[in-house]
Ligand binder design. Structure first.
Ligand code: ATP
Length: 299
């Protein structure tokens, strides 16, 4: 496994696109203080997945984008591509050459690629786990770091040996798994909370459902009773109307009888009237005769 090429653009002091080819053997970069030598190392750390800005001597991630000089305007993007040969297959990917790329925009958006295919930062970090490269390893030793390792406490030195012996990969995986377990634990607690909340809601809904059922039953009973009442009223109405019809018939019969009686009475009256007028005529005649006789008597 060997670095083949490093391309830097917009990263810290690299305003121009810069390509460094690493030939077999040792490559040394020489330059005066502050000319940007450590920026090259920072770019390598960064493209390999470093996510702590302080480890690449920055406050925040935008600080690594070229921020301009008196003569040059600032840039809005920083990008680094690192090509590594993988002939021995130490990097767990089926390519003999691997190019990892990282880009960051001033807006804060980031892009990551492995052999030009977009991926996540995590994929890049995982790719180099156990290879000795990658964040937190001692493949890259910055200024003053050797002193720090030699003078560090046994616990801190132990981390160096763990990394060197390759178990750091498993320790990191263990940490990751423990973190995931903690997350699962948190999810479980949340699910428990949600379950008890849902249980409470279910109880309330059950109470409401019982009320609704009772209401429905009573409503149906009410309808039955109303129907029964209407039928009863109809029936009693029938009886009443039958009685009235009978009464009506009786009254009609009485009316007919009375009318007949009236006609007979009218007839008798007419007969009587005729008799009366006949009698009156006779009275007139008798009076006439009486007067005639009286006159005769007087004469
Ligand atoms: P030394 O030998 O002192 O360690 P060096 O050669 O390693 O120095 P670096 O520390 O890599 O140099 O580079 C520092 C230079 O990078 C400074 O001139 C600094 O202004 C410049 N620099 C850092 N960040 C940016 C940025 N975002 N934009 C422009 N220039 C930057």
């Amino acid at each position: 496994m060997r670095f083949k090429k490093l391309e830097i653009f917009g990263f810290k002091s690299f305003a121009e696109k810069t390509t460094i080819h690493f030939e077999p053997g040792v490559t040394a970069i020489v330059g005066p203080n502050g000319s940007g030598k450590s920026n090259v190392v920072d770019s390598i750390r960064w493209v390999l997945g470093e996510h702590n800005p302080r480890d690449i001597r920055a406050q925040k991630s935008e600080d690594i984008i070229f921020n301009g000089t008196d003569k040059r305007a600032p840039l809005s993007v920083a990008e680094v591509h690192l090509t590594i040969s993988n002939e021995q297959g130490l990097i767990p990917i089926s390519f003999s050459e691997v190019t990892v790329s990282r880009k960051v925009f001033r807006s804060g958006e980031s892009q990551y690629m492995i052999n030009k295919s977009p991926c996540r930062l995590r994929d890049i970090r995982e790719l180099f786990l156990g290879t000795g490269l990658g964040g937190g390893t001692y493949a890259i030793i910055a200024q003053g770091h050797i002193d720090m390792v030699l003078s560090s406490k046994p616990d801190e030195r132990r981390i160096v040996f763990e990394e060197a012996s390759g178990i750091a990969k498993y320790l990191i995986k263990k940490r990751e798994t423990t973190r995931r377990l903690d997350e699962v634990e948190e999810h479980l607690v949340r699910i428990e909370d949600i379950t008890s909340e849902v249980r409470r809601q279910v109880k309330a809904l059950e109470r409401q459902a019982n009320k609704a059922r009772l209401y429905q039953e009573r409503w149906e009973r009410l309808k039955e009773l109303e129907l029964q009442l209407a039928i009863d009223e109809l029936k009693s109405g029938d009886v009443r109307s039958h009685e009235l019809e009978t009464q009506l018939k009786e009254l009609k019969a009485k009316q007919e009888a009375l009318e007949k009686h009236k006609a007979e009475t009218v007839n008798s009256l007419e007969v009587c009237n005729a008799a009366v007028s006949e009698a009156q005529q006779m009275v007139q005649q008798v009076r006439g005769l009486f007067v005639e006789h009286q006159n005769k008597i007087e004469q």
